[in-house]
Design a protein around this ligand. Structure first.
Ligand code: ATP
Length: 267
């Protein structure tokens, strides 16, 4: 059961420990709180190892936690669910399947009939600009095109919530800018709530309503920055003084933590 008034994602006082090979318990996330409202686009940025992927996997329902509560659409997370879809950095496409069957894969897992799932997948491939590549194989596509297939596959299952773990980080810089705009176009015409992990400050600012900054050792939320840039955002947005200012603000908040991390490494 979902609650129509509840936020899309609610993380309350969540702690996560990992067990190291020698049996020691390490605190990976320390009392993390995070809310993503319905229809909101929220990015998480933070130094390597601060627990961004751990948090996303917990919201996806593929990793447990030790303390606190996580709910989506008002219902406690107890595992993966039909209302959430995930896009990973690694594309995670099946190389022996055509682009169409890759895009239809989530629907196949849900038991949808072949004709219906292929029809839906074709619609989504058209939406991400790959309509003509349905019968190609992933190995024949560029990285940017493969990630478009990953996005089509995630959207094909009509999720309420899209969880994206550095989806554009393996893609060249120019294509990345184009994919950011395409993602915003898809999101703005939908009711999707998005939780997006990135290392790129300009990407976080360009895409988001709010940017959540995390610190490491143990992972915790240090800041939340409201991104008050008007929408729709376009290539012109990137040239606006406020865009530059917000990107600098994110860097200011991150810089100290990253400097500490390098000092720690050198010691
Ligand atoms: N399976 C695991 N077993 C033990 N420790 C783990 C495991 N997975 C992650 N960790 C540790 O938990 C912490 C958080 O890892 P996580 O991958 O969530 O960070 P991250 O912020 O996503 O990093 P990156 O930006 O480098 O992808 C790190 O210190 C990592 O070494």
């Amino acid at each position: 059961m979902t609650d129509s008034a509840a936020p899309a994602i609610e993380v309350q006082d969540v702690c996560k420990f990992y067990l190291s090979a020698d049996g020691r318990k390490t605190l990976a996330l320390d009392r993390v709180n995070l809310t993503v409202k319905r229809g909101e686009f929220v990015s998480i940025i933070g130094p390597s190892g601060c627990g961004k992927t751990t948090l996303l996997k917990m919201v996806a329902g593929i990793l447990g936690w030790d303390e606190g509560r996580i709910s989506v659409l008002g219902a406690p997370v107890t595992g993966p669910g039909a209302e959430r879809a995930t896009v990973f950095q690694s594309f995670a496409l099946l190389p022996w399947m055509t682009v169409l069957d890759n895009a239809a894969f989530g629907l196949k897992m849900r038991g949808e009939a072949k004709v219906a799932r292929r029809r839906t997948a074709q619609t989504l491939l058209d939406k991400v600009g790959l309509g003509d590549f349905a019968s190609a194989y992933p190995g024949e596509l560029s990285g940017g095109m493969q990630q478009r297939v990953g996005l089509a596959r995630a959207l094909a299952v009509s999720p309420d919530i899209l969880l994206m773990d550095e989806p554009f980080s393996a893609i060249d810089a120019q294509t990345r800018l184009i994919l950011q705009t395409e993602l915003l176009n898809i999101w703005s015409g939908s009711d999707l709530s998005v939780l997006f992990i990135t290392h790129a400050m300009d990407e976080a600012v360009f895409l988001s309503d709010r940017v959540v900054i995390m610190g490491a050792r143990p992972g915790h939320v240090t800041d939340i920055i409201e991104i008050d840039l008007p929408r729709p955002r376009t290539e012109e947005t990137r040239k606006e003084p406020r865009f530059v200012e917000l990107t600098a603000m994110v860097w200011d908040r991150l810089r100290g933590m990253i400097a500490d991390e390098h000092t720690g490494e050198a010691a």
